[in-house]
Design a binder for this molecule. Structure first.
Ligand SMILES: Cc1cc2nc3c(=O)[nH]c(=O)nc-3n(C[C@H](O)[C@H](O)[C@H](O)COP(=O)(O)OP(=O)(O)OC[C@H]3O[C@@H](n4cnc5c(N)ncnc54)[C@H](O)[C@@H]3O)c2cc1C
Length: 337
């Protein structure tokens, strides 16, 4: 995000750290790129403060949307100058996806855990169900968010087994868990291919979409926070908010974003389709040996042509013929889509 975007979203971040670490077999590295965590509570507070009294309606389902009208499950009909459909991810045949799935436990430790900065990938853990790593955020001296995470081919997840692995991980790190304060789970899409035109054409009654429903997420992480910020900024600069203006601008925005991200989708193909599950950590470890600014630009979705070349050249962690076969298969599928 730009400095301006970091500034206008500043109230959302409950936690900030000057850097973070990654750990792999034979590679431990601290990245000096700042890291921050926004919380639902902060977003809720910011929205409540920004919206006029009574403007927010929650806990009721929209059963149909149109460019200036929403019909709710309780038969109420809301009319508006313009409607944007932000109802999140749907099932679609127009995206080819792998999955980042995780269960997280926020825990209180018996004694101070002494972890100063996040470990966003600890891949020294046993590998299973694709690429596995543990993600840990130190929220206070005796509070941690620990997530057991998998980059997997399938979206199914056995939550209880993951929770048990989190507690085992905490014990192995020497953290005695006093109690579990909160749980979370996520199954985020990682895009390998698709047809953005057909995805956008699924819009209900031509109502423009934002968020995951418009494929506005980073293909390599499934994260969508910075895309949400960019989308909001883009809408705020439109000359007017008439339905046609919005539909046109959001369509162009989603298509342009999709086009810019072919490189990340290609890396996902290499990770999910060319690397065997037990080889995947090596692909990511190799990436983390690269320049810290390149890594930062990668996560921002702003890799330069040089970054892309640099990411691909060198001794490949997977055999080249297998990589070419995987890419050729994906291109064939995307062509048919
Ligand atoms: C535990 C967890 C951790 C995550 N961590 C990160 C992270 O660190 N960084 C990051 O960038 N992303 C993260 N993500 C992913 C991120 O939350 C999603 O990508 C993002 O929320 C998608 O935004 P969206 O607006 O497209 O959809 P959603 O956030 O899913 O919002 C859709 C909303 O529409 C509502 N809705 C759906 N259908 C209807 C209907 N018919 N009528 C009325 N309302 C409806 C839903 O209730 C929901 O509130 C995480 C996700 C989870 C679950």
């Amino acid at each position: 995000m730009t400095a301006e975007q970091r500034a206008w979203t500043a109230d959302l971040y409950e936690y900030r750290w000057p850097g973070y670490a990654v750990e792999f077999p034979e590679l431990k590295r601290r990245m000096g790129t700042g890291y921050a965590s926004a919380t639902s509570e902060r977003l809720d507070a910011a929205l409540t403060a920004a919206l006029p009294e009574g403007a927010r309606l929650t806990g009721v389902k929209a059963v149909s949307v149109e460019p200036t009208r929403v019909t709710l499950a309780d038969q109420r009909v809301l009319t508006a100058g313009a409607v944007i459909d932000a109802r999140g991810q749907r099932r679609t045949e127009h995206l080819d996806l792998g999955w980042q799935k995780f269960v997280g436990l926020e825990v209180e430790t018996e004694t101070p855990h002494r972890l100063a900065e996040p470990i966003i990938m600890d891949a020294t853990v046993s590998q299973m169900d694709g690429y596995r790593f543990v993600y840990t955020l130190p929220l206070s001296a005796d509070r941690l968010l620990i997530e057991d995470t998998y980059f997997s081919d399938g979206a199914e997840m056995g939550d209880e087994a993951l929770k048990a692995r989190i507690l085992d991980y905490a014990a192995a790190r020497g953290w005695t868990v006093k109690r579990v304060l909160r749980e979370e789970r996520g199954i985020l899409p990682m895009a390998m291919g698709g047809n953005i035109g057909k995805l956008l054409a699924e819009a209900e009654n031509g109502t423009p979409r934002i968020g995951l429903a418009a494929a506005l997420f980073h293909p390599a992480t499934g994260y969508s926070f910075s895309d949400a910020v960019r989308t909001a900024d883009m809408i705020a600069t439109l000359p007017d908010l008439r339905p046609a203006t919005l539909a046109d601008a959001l369509d162009r925005h989603a298509r342009a974003t999709w086009r810019q991200r072919g490189f990340y989708r290609m890396l996902n193909v290499l990770l999910f389709r060319a690397a065997r599950p037990d080889e995947r950590y090596r692909v990511i470890r190799r990436f983390y040996k690269l320049d810290a600014d390149l890594v930062a630009r990668f996560y921002a979705g702003r890799s330069t042509a040089y970054d892309k070349l640099r990411t691909l050249i060198g001794k490949p962690p997977i055999p080249i013929p297998r990589a070419i076969r995987a890419l050729a298969n994906e291109w064939r599928k995307s062509w048919r889509r």
